[in-house]
Design a protein around this ligand. Structure first.
Ligand SMILES: [Fe+2]
Ligand SMILES: [Fe+2]
Length: 325
């Protein structure tokens, strides 16, 4: 930017030094636009389950969950995000517990959403509500709810954790507190506001499939808070999605970010100039404003679980979707 001035460059430098000393800044004293564009840190990325699984199993040889380490998790690391999380706004981790292990009780300001992936006997206790976790069950741990996990089965279990940790961190409100004991006492059955069994969600997805499809997402079902009918959290929404055999969706762009786990079936998602051919267990991430479309060329329906920061974008009136065919 050419700065119009009646002063010399040296006088300008001295003026800027006086500004700094006064805790002030003149953005026009530097070249470039007033609001420079910020490149998206989150990159399109596909993680294959066949690469993750052996590394996940091996992790038990390095660490037992205990006070201090707290959780045996592997986080999905997006190469563009300095904090080594799946996306700029969301954290996605896979948590692994051997038979008899307990992940000690604690609480923190970020919300966690668990989606059970594999094994029998896993549970999460949330504020005294013990939730048995079968494959496909969703358990919500709202920010500042006490929670511990355990494996009462005879074989390893694992699930995925989605957290709004990055958003809470950006707002400089991260807090963490250990519970006095390793485990809470279970005092009541889980409420319907925190526990979403697979059998009910999948049945609802099949009913949704009988209605008119969505041109961009085919069959999309959002998990809703039963009391308010709003998204699970103001920061993050979760969905179960079906791409039916032979369907190729229209392409679109959204200002929000989406992380996906393939629950069953095979298919492909094109994100900008890349195509991710996914299989059961795979994960992928779609950054804000990336052009994306899904396809299922197979004979079986594909089912995806996805978490997205749509509610926060809506609250900020920043959510936009546009066709991108
Ligand atoms: Fe936690
Ligand atoms: Fe989308």
């Amino acid at each position: 930017m050419a700065v119009q001035t009646t002063r010399t460059a040296q006088e300008m430098e001295e003026y800027c030094a006086r500004l700094r000393a006064a805790g002030l800044d003149a953005p026009w004293s530097r070249p470039g636009p007033l609001i420079p564009p910020k490149p998206t840190a989150t990159q399109p990325r596909h993680w294959r389950w066949r690469d993750i699984e052996p590394l996940l199993r091996e992790s038990s040889e390095f660490l037992s969950p205990h006070r201090g380490a707290e959780r045996r998790v592997l986080r999905l690391h997006n190469p563009g995000v300095p904090e080594r999380t799946v996306a700029h706004s969301l954290v996605l981790a896979i948590q692994y517990l051997l038979p008899g292990e307990v992940a000690p009780a604690h609480r923190h300001s970020p919300t966690a959403i668990r989606f059970m992936l594999h094994g029998e006997g896993a549970f999460t206790t949330v504020d005294g509500q013990k939730c048995a976790m079968q494959a496909g069950d969703l358990v919500l741990t709202p920010g500042m709810a006490w929670h511990d996990h355990g494996n009462e089965g005879g074989a390893p279990v694992y699930w995925m954790d989605i957290l709004d940790w990055q958003i809470v961190r950006f707002l400089e409100n991260l807090t963490f507190e250990p519970y006095p004991d390793d485990q809470q006492t279970a005092v009541r059955a889980p409420g319907r506001d925190i526990y979403f069994p697979w059998s009910e969600t999948y049945a609802a997805l099949l009913r949704r499939a009988e209605q008119a499809p969505d041109p961009y997402d085919d069959v999309l079902l959002e998990y809703l808070d039963p009391a308010s009918s709003s998204s699970l959290r103001p920061t993050v929404a979760c969905y179960l999605q079906m791409i039916r055999p032979g369907v190729r969706t229209r392409a679109h762009r959204e200002t929000s970010c989406a992380v996906y786990r393939v629950v069953r079936g095979k298919g492909a998602t094109t994100v900008d100039d890349q195509t991710f051919e996914w299989e059961p267990g795979d994960f992928f991430v779609i950054p804000p404003r990336a052009r994306h479309a899904h396809a299922n060329a197979g004979a079986e329906p594909a089912v995806l679980f996805t978490a997205q920061d749509v509610p926060l974008l809506r609250l900020l009136r920043l959510y936009q979707m546009e066709p991108a065919d």
